[in-house]
Every structure is written in structure tokens, then in C-alpha cells.
Write a protein that binds this ligand. Structure first.
Ligand SMILES: *Cc1c(COP(=O)(O)O)cnc(C)c1O
Length: 421
């Protein structure tokens, strides 16, 4: 469920007409709904009620500080995957003891930044990284709380580019090596082993892979405890999928996911952390774009938009589907026709949808990409010297620009010319 609905024939974000935002900020832009962000956070928080838990929003999904602050004020922690994300979370006012540091290649500098500013835990991804965290902690005279990310070798049944829990993926350590790795961790004076971490992939649409992984984590918890480790926190990652269309089978709900967690791990008495990103932000955001031209080809018509693959790369990168709707609600019974919906970038990959049925559209009409809140703005680039598009946050009948569109001068002046030219 989201808060982007038609009212009197016009698409709204909560109580603000999309066309009003477009008039104020220009197109294309991203717009997020505060009510949807909070609703999704609360679904997870409620799903784990009765268990000691923290929902750490995976901020790589959408990392604008206004979004972070909205969620942090509701009680969310943050899952970060780089030193930059760590600093951004701190800048948004998130305390260090609510920030979890994930990511396969944390550098000594990033580790130092987090240990200096305060950190809830590092999710260690490899043995060499564990040694570096230990060394940096000793250098700073502190103890680094850690979990080790284990790779449970389960098939997440999702797109290959976002599956992370198979043995061939680069993430975590093989579960079979866990005893050795934990023994080593336990012997390092700069580390305190507090738990286990697992994250098997993104956009999972079934519970079964989670159940397989969490069952392995439960067994591992008992084994590591028997080997003398005080395992008291389980970080279960993110990955619960969202419906990208209204027609297909809906993925499991957070409440069902929460019940699975309690069923597989509840008996262990551990604190539970989860790291949802997509499910919190995905359906809380739209990308709004304008039709520049309607071009008639030999056997098809093209809608050429002012938005492009550099603004929303998911269709080009993951063959992802986004529902695309007209901001002006089509009259009931109006005949739809197929269009190829494309951006102006010089690549055939800059195609958002092929032969998509849409109401008749004209140059100047606004359209909205639904489910664009996660892995949208954060993956944008300035390819073709196209400015990063603005982000807008709506809250009831108010809206605010939370990232401005840069000027061409700002973009161009970022280059520096060597003295020999
Ligand atoms: C990307 C990622 C997440 C979030 O995944 P979603 O599918 O967006 O919920 C959580 N944890 C880790 C370690 C990640 O890399």
C-alpha cells in the first residue's frame, strides 16, 4: 500500500498534487511519501513485537538525510555499507550505537571512522577484514563489536545480480568455516564477538529461502555457543521483496516474515536485527517525468521522456519492471495503446518499457514511475552530463525539496584542467 492515489482525476502524493510539485521543481524528479515510509517501517517493527529487536534501515536503498531522519525519529537504526553512508547517517542525527556496518570491503579508514564515531557492530565479511578491524581497534584503544556474516549457500530465487547467499557469491564466509573463523575472532583482543549476520539477497518473493537460511543460523548459534561464544544478537539482513506490479502475486508480508523469524529463531533468546531497504523505500517513491515527444516509428510509437536511464537505471540494469501511470487520470473506458517508453540517452538500453499499454499521451504530459523509491535516486548518475534529478519529500499537505537539482555550472566546474592544457 502507498499514498500515491488519484483524486478528482489527478495523481497525488499524500495531499499534494503531483502536478503542483512538477510546476515548482521542474521534471524529472523523485518524490517520496512520509506516510508510506513510516507505514512500512512500522510494519516491520510491529512484526517483531514481543522480541528484543532493532529495525536497521538499509540506507543504500534511498539515502537522502530527510528520509533517514524521518525513519530514525520513528526509532529505526541504520545499516550502512560504506564510510560515506556512515557519515551521512551521523549527519542525519543517527547515533553510532544504532548504526550497523555491513559491506564486503571495509577499508581501514572506514573502520577508523566508525570506531571513532561509535558503532553498534561491524558485520565482518572475511577473515582478512576481521584482522584489519582488530588492528584498527587496538590502534585506537577500543574494542570493536562484531558479528560474522555467514554465507548459508541457499538459493534466494531472485535476479542473479541481487542474489548474495550462494557459495559462489562474494559475500560472507562459508558456514562450514564458521567454527574456525569464530575461534580466531575470539582470540583477537580488539574484537568482541556478539553474534551472527546473514543476508541472502534482495527482492525475495518467497519465505522459503529465508526459512532455510535462518534454520542454518539457529543451528550455528547453538554450535557456536557450545564452543564458548556468547552469541546474543542475530542480524538477519534485508531482502523481503515488494510488489512491482499490481497484477502479480504479492510477496509475503512483513508480519509473515516476522512470524517466520520468531518460529525459526525465537527459542534462542537473541536480540534480533533486520535490515530492510527496498520494502521500506520502494513503494514510498515515484519518479515523475514529462513526455518530450511522441514519435511514430515504422511499426511502433515511442514516448520520449525527459527522464532517462541515468536517472532510473533499474530497467536497464536488472530488466526491472516499473508500473508507469499518467499523472492525469485517464477517463474511464479510454482506449489504451502500446508505446515503447524511452529516455533521450544515446543507448538502446535507455528503454523503460517496450509495447506498454498507456492511455493516449501528448508532448508535455506528466507520467509517473511507481515503486521507484528504492535503488532509484541513489543509483543515478550524470551520464550524458544530465544533472542528478531533485528529490522531494511530501508530508501531508506539505512538500519540500530535499535535494536540489544542480546547475550546469556546478557540474561542469567540478572538472579541473591540468596545467599543460
Ligand atoms: C542491500 C542490503 C540490504 C537491503 O536489502 P533490501 O533488499 O533492500 O531489503 C540489507 N543488508 C545488506 C547487507 C545489504 O547489502
Amino acid at each position: 500500500m502507498d499514498h500515491f492515489l488519484y483524486r478528482d482525476g489527478a495523481l497525488y502524493a499524500e495531499d499534494v498534487p503531483i502536478s503542483e510539485i512538477a510546476a515548482a521543481v521542474g521534471t524529472p524528479f523523485y518524490v517520496y511519501s512520509t506516510a508510506t515510509l513510516l507505514r512500512h517501517f512500522k510494519l516491520f517493527d510491529d512484526a517483531l513485537e514481543g522480541t528484543d529487536h532493532l529495525v536497521c534501515y538499509a540506507m543504500k536503498a534511498a539515502s537522502n538525510q530527510a528520509i533517514l531522519k524521518t525513519l530514525a525519529q520513528a526509532g529505526a537504526g541504520m545499516d550502512v555499507v560504506s564510510g560515506g553512508e556512515y557519515l551521512r547517517a551521523k549527519a542525519a542525527g543517527v547515533p553510532g550505537d544504532k548504526i550497523v556496518f555491513s559491506g564486503v570491503g571495509k577499508t581501514a579508514d572506514e573502520i577508523r571512522t566508525a570506531l571513532t564515531g561509535g558503532i553498534r557492530q561491524f558485520n565482518v565479511e572475511s577473515e582478512p577484514e576481521m584482522e584489519v578491524i582488530n588492528a584498527v581497534a587496538l590502534e585506537l584503544g577500543v574494542i570493536a563489536p562484531i558479528t560474522v556474516r555467514v554465507n548459508p549457500d541457499v538459493d534466494a530465487k531472485t535476479h542473479a545480480k541481487i542474489a548474495t547467499g550462494k557459495s559462489e557469491n562474494k559475500f560472507g564466509i562459508p558456514i562450514a568455516r564458521a567454527s574456525d573463523v569464530y575461534a580466531r575472532a575470539g582470540s583477537l583482543p580488539g574484537l568482541e564477538v556478539i553474534g551472527i549476520d546473514v543476508h541472502i539477497g534482495s527482492q525475495l518473493t518467497e519465505l522459503e529461502p529465508f526459512e532455510l537460511a535462518y534454520t542454518k543460523v539457529a543451528e550455528l548459534t547453538e554450535r557456536l555457543r557450545a564452543e564458548g561464544h556468547n552469541i546474543r544478537r542475530l542480524d538477519l539482513g534485508g531482502g523481503l521483496g515488494i510488489p512491482y506490479t499490481r497484477s502479480n502475486d504479492a510477496p509475503p508480508l512483513p508480519v509473515e516474515y516476522g512470524a517466520l523469524i520468531k518460529k525459526t529463531l525465537g527459542h534462542l533468546g537473541c536480540e534480533i536485527e533486520i535490515e530492510p531497504g527496498r520494502l521500506i523505500a520502494g513503494n514510498a517513491g515515484l519518479m515523475v517525468s514529462k513526455v518530450i515527444y511522441v514519435k511514430s516509428g515504422e511499426d511502433r510509437d515511442f514516448l520520449i521522456l525527459d527522464g532517462a536511464m541515468n536517472d532510473l537505471i533499474r530497467p536497464a540494469m536488472y530488466e526491472a519492471h516499473h508500473d508507469i501511470v499518467a499523472v492525469q487520470e485517464p477517463a474511464p473506458g479510454v482506449e489504451q495503446r502500446p508505446y515503447d517508453i524511452v529516455g533521450p540517452v544515446c543507448e538502446s538500453g535507455d528503454t523503460f518499457a517496450k509495447q506498454r499499454n498507456m492511455p493516449p499521451l501528448q508532448a508535455g504530459d506528466l507520467i509517473a514511475f511507481r515503486s521507484a523509491g528504492a535503488y532509484g535516486a541513489v543509483m543515478a548518475s550524470e551520464y550524458n552530463t544530465r544533472p542528478l534529478i531533485p528529490e522531494v519529500l511530501v508530508n501531508g499537505d506539505q512538500f519540500a525539496v530535499i535535494r536540489e537539482r544542480p546547475s550546469f555550472d556546478e557540474i561542469i566546474n567540478r572538472d579541473t584542467i591540468p596545467s599543460w592544457l
